[in-house]
Design a protein around this ligand. Sequence first.
Ligand code: SF4
Ligand code: SF4
Length: 234
Amino acid sequence: MKVHPSSNPRSPFAVRKVRPVVRSFRAAFVPNALTWVRAGGHAIVWESAKKATLVVPKPVKGNAEDYGKWAAYDLGRRILRVASTGSFAGFGIVSLKGDDLAIVEAWGIRDAVHMKPTRELFLDCVACGACCRNNTVVLDAKDMKRLRSGAPKTFVDRVKRKDGRLVLTLLKDGRCAALTKKGTCGVYEYRPDACREFPAATECCLFAREDSLGVLDGATKGPALFNVSEFAEG
Ligand code: SF4
Ligand code: SF4
């Protein structure tokens, strides 16, 4: 099977990452789900086909690369809640409903091929650039100062205001205006903090890679270890 250059361990800037593997559990198997999470994985605990909870380790304060937090961000949450009572007390949780359910089910299917709670992978951001497409990069005053100190004026002048925030301009095809044809960042030294801090191997990264490059870090279809449609049939 052909490996994308950005997933090749021998790629010049490849960095080793260990990411959580997502697994689905019935509500009757909460202790198993918590064992999985304690070992570094992420669990989806299904109460019914329309109600589930994503359970992740309690976030570590100050860790910008916290995988649980980024899973919550990928689901559109701004914060990751820590349960104080109930079966998930002490764990990070996201209550899932509506469109969330299809998203997390796809995570479970993707990860059905990974047998352990965590998975090692290698990512070369220079050969990837997926998160430089179709992404809203918000800038603050520090970012603007840095960009103005050396990025091409034509690029800086294209920064625009969107919903009251300064954001990088995307071209019609969704690429950041600074993304070169080679897939590298044309303003690398001056790039905004959001670009510097976007953590590889998180759910947001995996989504960007799947969406922009068609690279999936696992299976394209089942079998998931747990079939949600059982509930619908029941
Ligand atoms: S999506 Fe972004 S963070 Fe993830 S591997 Fe690609 S360049 Fe790196
Ligand atoms: S500034 Fe550079 S790193 Fe940031 S989105 Fe644009 S091309 Fe990517």
